[in-house]
Design a protein around this ligand. Structure first.
Ligand code: PLP
Ligand code: TYF
Length: 396
């Protein structure tokens, strides 16, 4: 039965880590996978996470199944984080939230829900986008469409092209939108542009699916939920895939959420019954540990404040590294002005390096980046940023 099975290529991002680890050079730098690293090149365990881990371990709770939709308190706290504690969406109960296996699991649940419960058959993502968006849509049975987003020539958003392409999509297309910290380009929409997108979604009957994997990495928790809150105010039905992989450094715990915003509590309850089915047929019910950690922090004002401080620390270090890279490039008189790096948000920067230049970076300098020119800025630190800048300048 397996004799005709072909070998598929590795994931272009995840496979970089293996190549980086196998490189014996001391000067090597990993600018590949989107994971936060501190000044010492390690992914720290946040104080709030360590405290929660210890408390949970000491509670010696039995390992029973949790509900198919996840921990109920966790689900409510996710909604409060997305929309605000006193927001109409939360108090009216017209949204339902399901704990998911990371943001990826939330995207998959959302695609399954809209396919099976609402009959959607076309899905669209930006060009470029996080590759998994297209893979998840395709594997969930959708015909995959695309909308333009980035203009390589001007190093920025091509908002006109984006609107033009969205308007051409058939009604009931599931449109994946990066809510903040666009992966891979780092360019986001402003409030006015989001309002225009909302108008297009209404007019063309598109179904928005906001992917919020980096809340807190652009400007702050509230600021980064701008798009989510504008959609909440718009009266549109929409979905949000959110994740604590990045904001809590809980990558391996697979902790995220799918939130579906409907028109009424009654609708939300019906949607939730379908989500239970989607969960059951895939993995039955989610794992508890990550949810318990997040629940403990979000439900306690002091712990929440401490988390926000730790998150700001990560965000500010990334901002400082963006500035340092641009400064180093200028200082060595590199051919290309790298100040655009400071205008992009989140973990990533789209450098404009070509696949050939990226290959030279790894072979000659031990610097690993995605071949589309994306770097994870978190891989930079005070010790390696000058070396990275010199290497960039050399391949340019
Ligand atoms: N969406 C985007 C745009 C991402 O970049 C990522 C992770 O890199 C995710 C979703 C999902 O992350 P996770 O499943 O680890 O929470
Ligand atoms: O760096 C990126 O864009 C992601 C990171 O299960 C990632 O691909 C890695 C593993 C995973 C989800 C996201």
């Amino acid at each position: 039965v397996f004799s005709s099975v072909s070998t598929l290529p590795d994931d272009p991002i995840l496979s970089l880590t293996g190549k980086f680890l196998a490189d014996p050079r001391d000067c090597k730098v990993n600018l590949g996978v989107g994971m936060y690293l501190d000044e010492n090149g390690v992914t720290p365990v946040l104080d709030v996470v360590r405290e929660a881990e210890e408390a949970i371990a000491l509670s010696h709770r039995p390992h029973t199944y949790i509900p198919q939709t996840g921990l109920p308190l966790y689900d409510r706290l996710v909604q409060e984080l997305l929309f605000g504690k006193d927001s109409e969406v939360v108090t009216s109960k017209r949204a339902c939230t399901v704990q998911s296996l990371g943001g990826t699991g939330a995207l998959k649940l959302g695609c399954d829900l809209m396919y099976w419960a609402c009959g959607l058959r076309v899905g669209a993502a930006s060009v470029p986008t996080w590759g998994n968006h297209n893979d998840i849509l395709e594997r969930s049975g959708y015909t995959v469409a695309a909308y333009r987003y980035y203009d390589a020539g001007t190093h920025g958003l091509n908002f006109e092209a984006m609107c033009e392409d969205l308007k051409k999509l058939p009604a009931k297309t599931l449109v994946i939108l990066h809510a903040c910290c666009h992966n891979p380009t780092g360019y986001d929409l402003d409030a006015n542009q989001w309002s225009e997108i909302i108008d297009i979604c209404k007019h063309c009957q598109l179904v928005p699916f906001l992917d919020l994997a980096y809340q807190g990495f652009k400007a702050g928790l509230e600021e980064d939920s701008l798009a989510v809150r504008l959609f909440a105010d718009s009266g549109l039905d929409f979905l949000v895939a959110s994740s604590f992989s990045k904001s809590f450094n809980l990558y391996s715990e697979r902790i995220g959420a799918l939130t579906v915003v409907t028109h009424s509590e009654n609708e939300a309850l019906r949607v939730a019954s379908h989500l239970k089915c989607c969960a059951r047929a895939n993995y039955s019910n989610p794992a508890a540990f990550g949810g318990r950690i997040v629940e403990r922090v979000l439900s306690d004002p002091d712990k929440f404040a401490h988390w926000e401080k730790e998150l700001a620390g990560m965000r500010n270090r990334i901002l400082a590294m963006r500035q340092a890279l641009a400064d180093e490039m200028r200082a060595i008189g590199a051919k290309r002005d790298f100040s655009f790096v400071t205008e992009q948000a989140g973990m990533f920067s789209f450098t404009g390096l070509t696949p050939e230049q990226v290959d030279r970076l790894s072979s000659e300098f031990g610097i690993y980046a995605v071949r589309n020119g994306r770097i994870c800025v978190c891989g930079l630190n005070r010790k390696n940023v000058a070396y990275v800048a010199r290497s960039f300048a050399a391949v340019l």
